[in-house]
Design a protein around this ligand. Structure first.
Ligand code: APR
Ligand code: ZN
Ligand code: ZN
Length: 360
């Protein structure tokens, strides 16, 4: 198979032929049809998310089942699947409490070598989150896959694997936005744009997009934001307060991953409201919020992983919302390209040129 290999911190990816490891009885081989390029992949490359090279990155992908192990029960050859970057085993402590986004097997699936490089040492390659979608094939545990029946295009299904589910879920599951609520979204990339769509479908009255890049603000207004503000023009907190009668929003989502913008989200939330930390800050950072508003104004700071999604319930639900035109995946995809263009996809992300690039 061919895969893009992460070989060194902050270095380019190297697209190579590699040899997959023999699958185990509970493993599934998937032919990858599309893979979104997410900022979390860049977080691994920059060291913000610790994962030692060499490895196969990519955690937002869809494909077709090519082969199943002898103990695989829920999938058959030919099934259309979306990779779940957190497995949903269905039987662990968290899964039994409808918290599959915290599945106890999250780290276990990352530990398995899934391929070998064609170098002198046949170096073993781990895969990001047990998937490794920057490749034409992947071998993963059955618990990391969700079967989907739809005619939506591959590149749209890929986004459901991470950014779309994380963002829409942050609004619907984590915050539980209600009709008439007011929302601010700091950072309008693929994930932030999905928070905006989630807030819209929940019936939010005010959705304020905050992003310094004009393309992002313009797209946000098309996808459901009611207002867009440029944080490089004037103080973002003041602009959001001005749009909410001086009070602040019910929910302020941070969708970049820096402690400074999480603190900003906390300031944007009204008394009794909540800041929702969706972006992944560097593993060694601390997030500081002022004590008085936390206690005396009952402001809450909510963590959010994978949009608190129950993927076996929510992937099909999101598919149906897209099929029926209530959510828009088509306009989230700025470019499709081949695996060989992966470094260009990261450049375009860094330069703010795209909402999402998808490798097909
Ligand atoms: N204020 C507002 N927006 C900002 C700021 C800022 N100070 N700095 C950067 N941004 C915007 C960028 O212009 C960009 O539109 O944040 C957006 C980030 O988008 P992407 O790079 O596309 O990232 P995305 O894939 O959406 O992921 C965002 O969520 O899942 C996590 O790990 C992921 O931490 C990352 C975050
Ligand atoms: Zn992601
Ligand atoms: Zn589980």
């Amino acid at each position: 198979m061919r895969a893009a290999i992460f070989t060194e911190l902050n270095g380019p990816m190297s697209v190579e032929d590699v040899t997959p490891v023999e699958p185990g009885p509970r493993d599934v081989i998937v032919r990858i049809t599309a893979s979104g390029v997410c900022h979390s992949d860049l977080h691994v490359i920059s060291g913000a998310l610790p994962m030692p090279p060499p490895s196969i990155l990519g955690h937002e992908g869809a494909g077709i089942v090519e082969e199943v192990g002898s103990e695989v029960k829920g999938l058959q050859v030919g099934d259309r699947v979306i990779g779940s970057f957190i497995p949903a085993c269905g039987v662990c402590w968290h899964c039994l409490r409808d918290e599959s986004h915290l599945c106890d097997n999250t780290y276990a699936v990352m530990g398995a070598p899934r391929a070998h490089r064609h170098d002198a040492d046949h170096t073993a390659l781990m895969t990001m989150t047990g998937l490794g979608t920057f490749a034409d094939m992947m071998t993963c545990d059955e618990m990391s896959l969700v079967k989907i029946e739809t005619n939506l295009p591959d590149e749209q299904l890929a986004l459901i694997g991470c950014g779309f589910t994380t963002g829409v879920g942050a609004a619907l599951n984590t915050a539980k936005v209600q009709p008439g609520d007011t929302v601010a979204v700091i950072g309008c990339g693929g994930v932030g744009m999905s928070v905006i769509q989630g807030a819209k479908v929940a019936g939010a009255a005010v959705v304020i997009a905050v992003d310094p890049v004009a393309l992002k603000r313009e797209t946000a207004l098309k996808l459901g934001a009611t207002h867009a503000v440029d944080p490089s023009e004037a103080d973002a907190i003041e602009q959001v307060r001005a749009l909410t009668g001086g009070r602040g929003v019910d929910y302020a989502f941070e969708v970049i991953g820096t402690p400074a913008t999480v603190a900003q989200a906390f300031e944007m939330a009204r008394g009794g409201g909540a800041a929702v930390a969706v972006g992944v800050s560097r593993f060694d950072e601390m997030i500081t919020v002022p004590s008085f508003p936390l206690v005396l104004s009952e402001k809450r700071l909510l963590g959010c992983v994978y949009g608190s999604a129950q993927v076996r319930r929510d992937f099909p639900k999101l598919v149906q919302l897209v099929e029926n035109g209530r959510l828009d995946l088509e306009h989230m995809i700025s470019r499709t390209m081949g695996l060989d263009d992966i470094n260009e996809a990261f450049r375009a992300m860094k330069d703010g040129e795209v909402i999402r690039s998808v490798l097909v």
